[in-house]
Ligand binder design. Structure first.
Ligand SMILES: NC(=O)c1ccc[n+]([C@@H]2O[C@H](COP(=O)([O-])OP(=O)(O)OC[C@H]3O[C@@H](n4cnc5c(N)ncnc54)[C@H](OP(=O)(O)O)[C@@H]3O)[C@@H](O)[C@H]2O)c1
Length: 324
């Protein structure tokens, strides 16, 4: 057992399949207690049973939510914050690509699941993370971010999904472009989160897992699913794909690093668009508005005192460090 995860509480989304499933099982084998968010009861119970079998020493837990729906993101964040006085690591990993535009509760599904859910869950659990510091937030991004640009006039991808013949020929349709944007949002969100968390002892980093043969793309539809299915023959295994995620969640080597992007357990440089800090700030404000979180302050005054008796540090995430 790797002692550095013994007794730690790891909240993780997307742990019923692929990269997240392998990472959850590895972190549990290192001694962590896994609290996962799943959408499907059958798959969730199977994942929980595997964790209990492989790492029976901890009381692993599960909460259910469709993370593409804003009301469920908020409900599950509040549920976990109420149930877990201590959170050492939050892994935002659930994600998908959709070949056609779908909207639920006013949000386009790729943007909602791949970006807004990261934002809302993090926002809801930050008081617990800050009170448990040193703590970590790990966001699964993708190198698909590198071909993307953000369009603040079209965050919900109404125009992007109209697509073009060129996109259909190159990527099997507009879904890949919309997915790439959401993964660009992951890098920008990570950078801005790290900036706002400066001095709290909570770090935020993101990663590209590599191209991995998981269930990713199986339900995207049409040409995209067909193309991904073919390409998966040359992809990494989920075991290989989980390595960087496990590294960021657990390794002492990255304890002091924050706001960075990793690939193959090493620092990597994200695209110029992903290093645009003005865009990162604007995305934060726009996401808070769309998620209707503008007026809610993520204040650790709601958080319990740390077991050692330290008073919870007060942090207002809506005002960045220079304004505090
Ligand atoms: N595979 C790759 O090549 C690759 C490359 C770069 C980045 N990524 C990223 O890696 C992450 C994990 O993907 P993966 O490759 O492991 O794919 P996967 O096998 O399809 O796993 C996706 C996970 O997300 C969960 N999920 C999907 N929609 C959800 C929803 N609406 N609410 C709650 N949970 C939901 C799935 O739950 P179910 O089990 O119920 O479906 C599953 O646990 C994603 O963020 C993806 O963008 C993957």
């Amino acid at each position: 057992m790797n002692e550095n995860m013994a007794g730690k509480v790891v909240v993780m989304t997307g742990a019923t399949s692929g990269i997240g499933q392998v990472a959850a099982e590895r972190l549990a084998a290192m001694g962590a207690r896994i609290v996962q968010v799943a959408r499907d009861r059958e798959r969730g119970e199977a994942a929980l049973a595997r964790l209990r079998e492989r790492a029976p020493g901890a009381a692993h837990a599960i909460h259910y939510a469709d993370l593409a729906r804003l009301s469920e993101m908020k409900r599950v964040a509040a549920e976990i914050a109420g149930a877990e006085p201590r959170i050492d690591v939050l892994v935002n990993n659930a994600g998908a690509m959709f070949g056609s535009r779908q909207v639920a509760e006013g949000l386009e599904r790729t943007f909602a699941l791949n970006h807004v859910a990261y934002f809302v869950l993090t926002h809801g659990l930050l008081p617990r993370l800050v009170a448990s510091a040193p703590a970590r937030v790990v966001n699964t991004s993708s190198d698909a971010h590198a071909v993307a640009t953000l369009d603040f006039g079209d965050l919900q991808s109404a125009r992007a999904y109209r697509g073009s013949l060129l996109e259909t020929l190159r990527y099997g349709g507009p879904g890949f472009k919309v997915y790439g944007r959401s993964k660009l949002c992951n890098v920008l969100f990570t950078r801005e989160l790290a900036r706002r968390l400066a001095g709290t002892g909570v770090t935020a980093n993101c990663l590209h897992p590599g191209f991995v043969a998981t269930r990713f793309g199986d339900h995207s539809g049409g040409l995209i699913s067909f193309g991904i299915r073919l390409a998966k023959r040359f992809a990494l295994s989920p075991q290989e794909g989980a390595e960087t995620l496990v590294y960021l969640a657990s390794s002492p080597e990255v304890a002091g690093m924050t706001g960075e992007y990793f690939y193959r357990c090493r620092l990597a440089v994200p695209s110029p668009a992903a290093r645009d800090d003005a865009a990162a700030r604007r995305l934060w404000t726009e996401t808070a508005r769309l998620a209707q979180l503008e007026d809610q302050k993520a204040s650790t005054s709601q958080a319990p005192r740390r077991p050692e008796g330290n008073a919870a540090q007060s942090i207002d995430l809506d005002s960045p460090p220079e304004d505090r």
